[in-house]
Structures are given as C-alpha cells and as structure tokens.
Design a binder for this molecule. Sequence first.
Ligand code: ADP
Ligand code: GLC
Length: 489
Amino acid sequence: MKVLHVAAEVFPLVKTGGLADVVAALPVALAQQGADVRLLLPGLPAVIEAVQGARTVIEMGPCFGAMRVRLLLARLPASKLKVYVIDAPYLYRRSGGPYQDGEGEEWPDNLQRFALLGWVAAHLAAEDADLKWAPDIVHAHDWHAAMACAYVAEHAPTRAATVFTVHNLAFQGLFAMHDWPMLGLASRLMSPTGLEYHGQLSFMKAGLTLADHVTTVSPTYAREIATHEFGCGLDGVVRGRGASVSGILNGIDEDVWNPATDGAIAQRYDAAAPAGKLACRRALQAELGIDADDSALIVTLVSRLTAQKGLDLVLAALPEMVAAGVQLVVQGTGEAALETALRMAQQAHPGRVHVHLGYDENRAHRLIAGADAIVVPSRFEPCGLTQMYGLRYGTLPIVRRVGGLADTVTDATPEHIAAHRADGFVFDAATAAALERCVRRAVSMRGNDAATWERMRATAMAQTLSWDGPARAYLALYAQLLGNLPARR
Ligand code: ADP
Ligand code: GLC
C-alpha cells in the first residue's frame, strides 16, 4: 500500500507542537509494518537545508503566485524516510515560523502557501507529478494540508482515498471569500456544503467535508468535537459525517522518549532500575537553582502557553500548591500575558517556582525525567503527548479529564490502585479548586504512601505507548477505505 502523508511540520526540522512529533513517527511506524510511505512537505528553509540527496522530480512552473515551483524528492536525515519537498522560494523561503512571521502575525499569503501544498498532493495522487510513484492513500494533517482532500476530490482521474486527521480543531485556516478564485476549484464548493464558513473560506472545513474519512488523535476527542462545547463551530459538520469520523490515539516515539537511552538526562534509568530518576531529580533542582528539597513534589509543565492549555488554572492554584509542598518547574512559550504572569509567579515564590520562557528539546527531557509529576490541565486536548512522555519517564501525570488526557491516564482511585491500573491523577472541573485538590492528592500520596507511589510509577512506565498499535489501526482504516473506493467513485 502506497501512502502519502501531507503536513506542514515534522520533528526535528520544523515543530510548533505535537503535530510535528506525530508526522515524524507515524509514517516510520507504517513503513515498519510494510507500507510504502512518503511524506510531502512545504520547502521551508529548515526543510530545504536538512533533507538529503534531493533531486528534482518535476518543474511545476508558476502557480499560486510563485514564479517557479519545483517538486523535489529527498530523504529525511534521521529516519531516511522519502520526502517530497515543494521548492517554491517565493512562498516558503523566509525567516519566521511556518504559519506566522517573527512578530506572530499570520503570513498574509497563507491561502496560497497551503493551497499549493494540497494541490501538489493531488497531482501526486493523479499520477502526473511523479510518473514513478503515486499514492493509494493521501493522508492530510490539520488545516494546513486539508486542501489535499478538496483537490483530490475535484481532480478527476485519481485512485487515491483521502484521510484527514484533525490534530486541533481550534486552528481552522480561515480566509476571505474574495480570495476564492485563487483556489481554482469548482464554484459549487463555494457553498455551505463545501468550504464556505460564515462568509469565509475554511480549509479545515474542506478536510472535514471532502475527505473520505476523518480521524482525530484520540477516541474521546472524536466524540467531543461532535458537541457544541468542543466543536469550535464545526460540530454540525462533524455530526454530519457520522461514522466517517473516528479517533485513533497517538503513540509516542519510543526511541526519542526513552529514559533508558536518553542522552539528554543526568542519569539513565528504566522501570527495572529506577534509581537514576533520583539522580535526575537532584540534578534538576541543582540546575534550576531551586531548593534541594527531597520531600517536595516537583511538578513540571512543558507546553505552548495558550488558553487551550489551562495555564490560568495553574496560576490561580499556585499559592495553594506551593503551600502544600509543590515545586513547579515550567518551560514554555506563547501568549505574552501568560509569560508575564509566569515570570511574576517565579518572583513571588523563590526556590519553589522556576520558569523558563523558551523552546528547548533537551531541556524538556531533563524536566520530564527530573520531575515527580507532569501537569496538563487543558481546557481541551485532542491527544496530548507530554502526559505520555511523563508516563514513560515515571513522572506521574496530573491531568484534566478531556480528550486524549482522559484516554491515556488512569486516576489513582482506590479501585484503580487495588487493580494496579492507576498511573496518574485526574480531575474534572476546569477550576483552580479542582486542580488544587488533585495536586494535593498527589502530594499526599508521595509523602504518605511511598509504596503506592512507586507502584503507580512502575505501572506508568509499563504502559504500551508505541506507534505499533496506532499504525496497525491506520493501516486497517486505509484497507477498508480502498475496499470501499469503487463504490464511492
Ligand atoms: P500541542 O501539540 O497542543 O502543543 P502536545 O502535547 O501534543 O501539545 O505536543 C507538544 C509537543 O511540544 C511536545 O513534544 C512537547 O514536549 C513540545 N513542547 C512544547 N513546548 C515546548 C518547549 N517550550 N520546549 C520544548 N518542547 C516543547
Ligand atoms: C495538537 C493537539 C495535541 C496533540 C497534537 C498531536 O497540537 O493540541 O493535543 O497531541 O496535535 O496530535
């Protein structure tokens, strides 16, 4: 089976969040199970500079405002996965982020930049971009790649089925309706049953309505996005797709996130020999200059700093958490107001709160290895990866019961503890009081019942979190879609 994954980011070349981790790991897991997988990426500077052995597949000429568009075929440096790269210097070769400039403003030509990504995917599917390879499945990730589903649906002869994965429904790729002609799509799609969304164009809606199948990154989020509370205005569209929307829980890259082999941490450890975790803990306190307090509960938080992530709950509960014996160590970047509030929190709690405003992969490994617990109090969370990294590192997650957090963490209730299933602490209400109660449970468990804490840590580290299972689920979905294709087209 030939599968083309289409995305805007891939770890470690371009990463704004967990999407990049997924795009780096899932195709490799699919390939290990026998699929012939390639990736299609926009030629952002970091991609062009890093890929190996690039050669031109086709000169595509001028399109979407770019004078020269070339399709390259190369390999990713670490995994050696084959990757198509769209070299369109006018649209992609600029400093700043993949979606925004250095000031945090959306690139004004994002419509052209990401329509081109989908358009090239459709040409690969139509067997006219690379005469030597064409996918059976086009798998597009988030709004950035969603137009692949529209162009495949509209680009007549194609054998490919399309899968669209929603990693975050809150980012939708909305554009002014007057830009419609630039997309070159049939006018019937410029309607509420197509891309039109309250007078604008929605790339997310193109994926939701035109993909043969829609997945999200956890079963619970798949149910949640069909509701008004989590649907971000698109819950009606999601409900309209019925059984064509399903959830497949993400895995984690167990080579990148493995305390037994992690070169970034002070001392390696695993479930059989967990002593190294204590060394990581002490090294972290020393590195951050927080109190060398063995009785504290070190809670880490590694996150984009946005409303989604529930940082306001942590800030509101912080005085009580510190009073209860917590040391909070944060690493993140994002909204200015949250950054300022976190900086002030550090000043207010010397020796107990440490905040690093920045992005640093190795440092994230040291925080997660050295902390006792990792807090993810999100208001919504499609899957969430850091709580799974926490499980793998024996750093017990403290999470809100939403989305993928609900699907990955088993609360320390008496029943779950007795059944040896508990591996974290879960709360329901999106309130500081509920978070604080949950954190107190963790403090009290670590302080008063070390045996249960150790057992929960062992349970956490024994979880199966690899991509093998999810990759099998995607392959089964692909096979089912290909089986149904003649009936649908
Ligand atoms: P989201 O994709 O919504 O941001 P996830 O939990 O799925 O949330 O993925 C976040 C990813 O980004 C994880 O790999 C996490 O370690 C990483 N990350 C987030 N912020 C930082 C940071 N400041 N430094 C290093 N890694 C970070
Ligand atoms: C999104 C979501 C996050 C998920 C990630 C990878 O960024 O916010 O919950 O883990 O995508 O699927």
